[in-house]
Design a protein around this ligand. Structure first.
Ligand SMILES: NC(=O)c1ccc[n+]([C@@H]2O[C@H](COP(=O)([O-])OP(=O)(O)OC[C@H]3O[C@@H](n4cnc5c(N)ncnc54)[C@H](OP(=O)(O)O)[C@@H]3O)[C@@H](O)[C@H]2O)c1
Length: 287
């Protein structure tokens, strides 16, 4: 048996195409502002992808660059300005940020109607209560992928490995909403191998290449690889996920590749949120 591929790139292109049409129909010019602090190679790549996808579909994407040493107070002032700028529909802070900054405070300051990463306490709290609106982009993208391939979660055991505020925790809540029985594992989890063998769905967001191999997975499980890791192969560099694709491919029922799986859907979901935020702000949708 070999796994079927969950083609995130294809789905993301379909979502972007639909967004483009909707933006044209509305005659809208939604604007996304990305706050970038310092220089980080991975962030540069992610920002470029957001800019390119925005351009394709008619979203204005502006990047505000700040020095690595920027103060908390300057960023708070800037966020307040952006909150009251009616031409700005979405605001995100590109992660990671330098350690001297209180990122949770900065995220909480973003107007919930402009919080298109969905990381602020109001949007996360609403999601926790089942009032989904501006959802964190990566977990939302994962759910879209499962829906596209009609993979039913109800009554299934879903193991999420990794409990970050941006991926693992919100994903576990969304899976619960779909009536999965959710196990949220982390670095202190005991007997992870046993849990893996139980799981019908495994979602891996750990940040370690080859963290999960095929031998650990239950035969016929759905494997969603959220990790994005850069590794060296000889003199070249390569992007891989957290799953050892070659071995998992022979055991899983469905598997998401890296690249081309969850990554493109994160960008598409972010831009979908930006249009949604625009519509909320224009009173086209009520919160
Ligand atoms: N596809 C996308 O669009 C996208 C978006 C965001 C992130 N990512 C990628 O996803 C990965 C995770 O990102 P993140 O921001 O969620 O990472 P993170 O904040 O570093 O969290 C990693 C999580 O993995 C857990 N962990 C570490 N070692 C473990 C082990 N041996 N066993 C079980 N759990 C372990 C940690 O547990 P503790 O909490 O106990 O420390 C933590 O909860 C990264 O590769 C990142 O690049 C991809």
């Amino acid at each position: 048996m070999v796994a079927k591929i969950l083609d995130g790139k294809k789905l993301a292109n379909k979502i972007l195409k639909n967004l483009k049409k909707e933006i044209e129909l509305l005659g809208a010019k939604p604007k996304l502002v990305i706050i970038q602090i310092g220089k980080n190679e991975a962030s540069e790549v992610y920002i470029k992808r957001k800019i390119n996808a925005s351009k394709k579909i008619g979203i204005i994407c502006e990047v505000l660059n700040f020095e690595q040493s920027v103060s908390q107070s300057l960023l708070e002032e800037k966020i307040q300005q952006l909150n009251s700028d009616s031409t700005v529909n979405g605001i995100i802070i590109q992660l990671p940020v330098p350690e001297h900054l209180d990122i949770l405070k900065l995220q909480a300051m973003i107007d919930p109607k402009k919080d298109v990463d969905g990381f602020g306490p109001i949007n996360l709290g609403n999601m926790f209560l089942g009032r989904n609106l501006l959802l964190p982009a990566t977990p939302a993208g994962v759910l879209k992928l499962l829906e596209e391939y009609k993979l039913e979660l109800e009554g299934k055991i879903a193991l999420v490995i990794g409990r970050s505020n941006i991926v693992g925790k919100p994903l576990s809540i969304l899976l619960l909403q779909k009536n999965a029985t959710v196990i949220l594992a982390h670095s202190k989890t005991k007997d992870l191998d046993k849990l893996c063998k139980l799981a019908d769905f495994v979602f891996v967001a750990v940040g370690k290449p080859n963290f999960l191999s095929g031998s650990k997975i239950k035969k016929g499980a759905v494997v969603i690889d959220i990790g994005i890791n850069k590794i060296k192969v000889g003199n070249a560099e390569k992007i891989v996920g957290d799953v050892d694709f070659q071995s998992a491919f022979r055991v899983a029922y469905y598997i998401s590749p890296v690249p081309g799986g969850v990554g493109p859907l994160t960008v598409a979901s972010l831009l979908e949120n930006t249009l949604l935020a625009y519509k909320i702000q224009k009173g086209l949708i009520s919160r």
